[in-house]
Design a protein around this ligand. Structure first.
Ligand code: NAD
Length: 422
């Protein structure tokens, strides 16, 4: 019998590829993907598609010993070429506003899809992708690795088990250093904001952990460091979401994000959450949960002062081998296990059943991403109006006038951003 395999394709070969996809593909190349229900599935990374192909070309030589040979496609039709080459699933890790086009191509050619967060920036794009996935009988999923952070899993477990009862309010903050906006993302940052890019992790955490119905979205922010004070590029953002729960009670959540924190700030990427319940308080802090390490001339620049050893750490294991592991990598493996389960864990005739089982997993299925995408679309629209000279707009969800409706101060007529039900 020939060994079952899932050929992988990668669209976008940037920072996140290097941090999480590369170690995942190296590990699966070395160790295979085993489950008693489908045996050992080979998961070769057979092709990469990016604009310039420069990094992929470097990996072709650097990772020769660690990956099977792969084809490097570049240029404007790189994604089409990669899909014609033949892959069983493809991962899309292009900049946030370039996910949709590639994702649509992936699904349209009958290929399972994994897309980086935020999945897409509008509900109409989400509708399109979900419809193609349903028609082609494919998995279409998104990476929210923070849901796999052990601290967030514990929070959700306590909520699920009704130990923490009825969330009332909460705040989350994620501060990234200036080097992100000034260096790494400088090429595509014009017109973008740190809210969509990182607040989306917390939007999903809140949506997935507490359930409920999203009712209202508000947002503001500051400009003047990354771009000009009146320009379209944001330094920091503050987002507020209001949810309503089955008993009619509400909760409000504030999410603050920045990509202009000083590079030598000890938190480097500083993450904090607080959720208040009827009967308790949950406080989570990335710096307070763990390690603080100082090394002359290295921290916080080439070595982080407060390293997150849960997300993605490099280790010398007690048994003498080097490894790279963490929930940022685990989340990718989970997706590939879901694809392997659909394709190989039983008779072909039962594939539909297995597919629905995996599609029902709300933590990563695109169909369950509606409220998160709604919040992102609302945020983008509010910031766009702000740049156009109309600050302080409010978006209401499933309003009598539509699914997403933007109200402007002093204007009687709202703008319907999405007519269907969210
Ligand atoms: N899961 C996470 O927490 C996490 C962390 C960082 C980034 N991300 C997400 O991953 C995505 C990529 O981020 P990054 O930090 O790797 O960005 P990056 O700028 O480092 O890399 C982007 C890559 O996409 C390629 N690209 C750009 N436009 C393309 C196109 N039209 N077709 C094909 N390739 C194209 C570029 O050539 C580059 O290889 C973003 O959506 C980001 O939000 C997720």
């Amino acid at each position: 019998m020939t060994q079952p395999q899932l050929r992988a394709g990668m669209v976008g070969v940037g920072m996140i590829f290097d941090e999480t996809y590369r170690p995942f593909f190296e590990e699966v190349h070395r160790e295979g993907l085993y489950d008693r229900r489908h045996g050992d599935v080979a998961v070769p990374l057979v092709a990469m598609a990016s604009r310039t192909g420069t990094r992929a070309a470097r990996y072709q030589s650097e990772l020769k010993e660690k990956l099977a040979p792969f084809t490097n496609f570049s240029g404007t039709d790189a994604v089409d070429q990669m899909l014609s080459h033949g892959v069983d699933f493809a991962c899309v890790a292009t900049p946030d506003n370039r996910h949709f086009e590639a994702a649509k191509k992936v699904l349209s050619t009958g290929t399972h899809l994994l897309i980086e967060k935020p999945s897409v920036l509008s509900l109409s794009e989400l509708d399109e992708l979900v419809a193609i996935a349903a028609e082609k009988q494919l998995l279409a999923k998104v990476v929210y690795h923070k849901l796999l952070d052990p601290d967030h899993k514990k929070l959700r477990t306590l909520v699920h088990d009704d130990v923490l009862q009825h969330v009332n309010t909460g705040y989350c903050s994620l501060l990234e250093p200036k080097s992100i906006s000034g260096g790494q993302f400088a090429e595509w940052i014009v017109g973008r904001n740190p809210g969509t890019y990182v607040a989306v992790h917390y939007i999903k955490l809140i949506d997935f952990t507490f359930g409920g119905k999203l009712k209202t979205v508000m947002a503001t922010g500051q400009r003047g460091l990354v771009g000009t004070k009146d320009g379209p590029t944001w330094d920091t953002n503050q987002l507020r979401m209001i949810y309503e729960y089955a008993d009619g009670r509400e909760a409000a959540f504030d999410i603050h994000t920045s990509w202009v924190t000083p590079d030598n700030f000890p938190g480097y990427v500083e993450q904090e959450v607080q959720f208040r319940f009827d009967n308790g308080v949950w406080n989570g802090h990335s710096r307070k949960r763990g390690v603080e390490c100082t090394v002359e001339e290295r921290t916080p620049f080439t070595l982080k002062t407060t390293m997150n050893n849960h997300y993605n750490g490099t280790f010398m294991e007690p048994w003498g081998v080097r490894s790279q592991r963490g929930y940022g990598i685990e989340v990718l493996e989970r997706f590939v296990r879901e694809v392997a389960y659909v394709e190989y864990a039983g008779e072909k005739s039962d594939r539909g059943q297995r597919l629905s089982e995996m599609q029902s997993l709300g933590y990563n299925d695109l169909a369950a991403d509606r409220q998160t995408v709604a919040a992102v679309q609302a945020l983008e629209a509010i910031l766009e109006r702000h740049v156009a000279g109309e600050p302080d707009c409010v978006v209401r969800v499933n309003d009598p006038r539509g699914g997403l409706v933007l109200y402007r101060p002093g204007q009687a007529e709202p703008i319907v951003l999405y007519a269907g039900t969210v």
